[in-house]
Design a protein. Sequence first.
Length: 151
Amino acid sequence: MPIEIKIREAVKSDIPVLAEFNQALAKETEDMQLNPETLALGITNALTRDECHYFIAELNGEVVGQTMITYEWSDWRNGIMWWIQSVFVSPEHRGKGVFRVLFRHVEQLAKKHPDVKALRLYVMQNNLSGKNTYTALGMNDSGYVVYEKEG
């Protein structure tokens, strides 16, 4: 019997699970402990911004995954790039197609908006599982390297 993963946009009552998943994501990918108050405020603000949307994956009423999209204007393409961020699937539900369903949901939304020119995400260099997943979903290595300087 196939499992039915439901996708919905996150709401304020999801903030605790989004914070839990983001803490786990930061620890797993960057061995980083996030400040809980800053994280909760960041998620709260994300839920109120027009250019930011969190999506939740549910299985049998349990939240098992998340992702967020943010927007970037591209003058080269005269349109918007949707960045897929905060990708997390609870470890006990990995390999069940949770992220695939989240990704397909975002992809279908993008197709309904002609101003969306591409979907992008960044992935840690050592995250081979993530890279394989993204490649299997039809994404390609763009060749960009991300640099950062905290402000």
